[in-house]
Ligand binder design. Structure first.
Ligand SMILES: Cc1cc2nc3c(=O)[nH]c(=O)nc-3n(C[C@H](O)[C@H](O)[C@H](O)COP(=O)(O)O)c2cc1C
Length: 351
């Protein structure tokens, strides 16, 4: 087990509190606010074009504080025309209801895995921390990232993944409990029954690896941070509790859902991207079933939903939107991210 002090020293932050990278709902503004407050702010890069990524990296590196940039490491899918067609058929009645052309194809929101071209773009900025979701990049790419001096983090959803990450070069392991909002970070097995809740996962990963363990999933306040510490985590990574902050770009329907009773019911779903992710149960999840096998492979499922999502959101409805959230929305407050960060830090034992 390592200490919060050791993790803070590794990350060069005041506190071992990481704002989770959250693709689609935030940019550098949230990351900068958290880093300036003494935590580690994160930029999710998976859905950014190279131009947008470069702009965000310029903004982050203007700051004297450390920051994190996050990439995905999935294998791009082989498009499957039949499955795409079946998916569009499954959505046809919704298109008709909203007066949309069911055949109108929309490209899925791009989610590009980390590759050599992105490494070329990122290298001049030498990010203090680089985190990965869905495993690690190839040994050559990982050696490049470590070679330019970045501390490397990645997510584990099982003890075996935690051990694998530590053995393959992660400087710290993010133990993502089943409570967590957004995409599951699994990469060794797709069997969701192998994944553990936070209170079971953190102590077992901490016992299995020598690097610091960062608890993620359902941590929403000082008590959650103290509990994660008691379980053997050196620090925390918190996503959902930042979603209502003014620095986040969370959409109006997503904010409304987070602030409503509906947020008490989340589920894992593959409907919005093709990979399991936790979000607030909405109409699409209720009517198609959250894990419907017709949804195309990650990240292609999202394409056919885009027109539906836009049309419903115009009417103020989140029926077809991914309303990502973890199981604990009690920390969601529309207050500056610095305030959320300080409230979490109150859960750390006196340093
Ligand atoms: C809206 C949203 C988007 C997310 N996107 C990413 C992402 O792009 N990269 C990543 O590594 N994790 C992502 N996650 C997962 C977080 O890293 C983290 O595991 C999770 O937020 C922790 O659980 P909590 O939401 O209960 O705090 C996302 C989570 C949410 C809520």
């Amino acid at each position: 087990m390592t200490t919060p002090q050791a993790l803070s020293a590794l990350l060069r932050t005041e506190w071992p509190i990481i704002q989770a990278p959250m693709a689609g709902v935030q940019g550098s503004a949230l990351a900068i606010a958290v880093s300036e407050a003494g935590g580690l702010g994160s930029l999710p890069a998976a859905m950014l074009s190279p131009e947008a990524l470069e702009k965000e990296l310029i903004a982050l590196s203007a700051m004297a504080r450390p920051w994190n940039v996050n990439f995905f490491c999935h294998r791009p899918p082989v498009p499957d025309e039949q499955r795409e067609a079946a998916w569009r058929r499954a959505l046809a009645s919704y298109s008709a209801e909203l007066g949309l052309d069911p055949a109108a194809a929309s490209a899925a929101p791009a989610r590009r895995p980390f590759d050599a071209a992105i490494a070329d773009l990122v290298e001049p900025f030498r990010p203090p921390v680089v985190s990965f979701h869905f495993g690690l990049p190839s040994p050559e790419l990982l050696a490049r990232v470590k070679g330019w001096g970045s501390v490397v983090l990645s997510t584990a959803t099982t003890v075996a993944e935690g051990r694998w990450l530590a053995d393959h070069g992660a400087d710290a392991v993010i133990a993502q409990g089943l409570e967590a909002g957004g995409h599951r970070g699994h990469f060794l097995s797709e069997d969701l029954t192998e994944q553990l809740g936070l209170a079971a996962l953190v102590p077992q990963v901490a016992a299995a690896v020598r690097v610091p363990v960062i608890a993620a999933g359902g941590v929403a306040d000082a008590a959650g941070v103290a509990a994660a510490r008691a379980l053997g985590a050196a620090g925390v990574q918190v996503g959902t509790a930042y979603l209502l902050c003014p620095e986040a770009t969370t959409s109006a329907v997503h904010r409304a859902a987070l602030a409503s009773e509906a947020a008490r019911h989340t589920a894992l779903t593959t409907l919005f991207s093709g990979r399991p992710a936790r979000g607030i149960v909405n109409r699409l999840m209720r009517e198609l079933g959250p894990m419907n096998p017709v949804a195309p492979a990650f990240p292609l499922a999202g394409g056919a939903l885009l027109p539906l999502r836009a049309a419903a959101e115009k009417l103020g409805r989140g029926d077809f939107s991914p309303l990502w959230a973890g199981q604990n929305v009690s920390g969601c407050r529309a207050v500056p991210a610095a305030e959320v960060t300080r409230a979490l830090a109150a859960g750390l034992s006196p340093r």
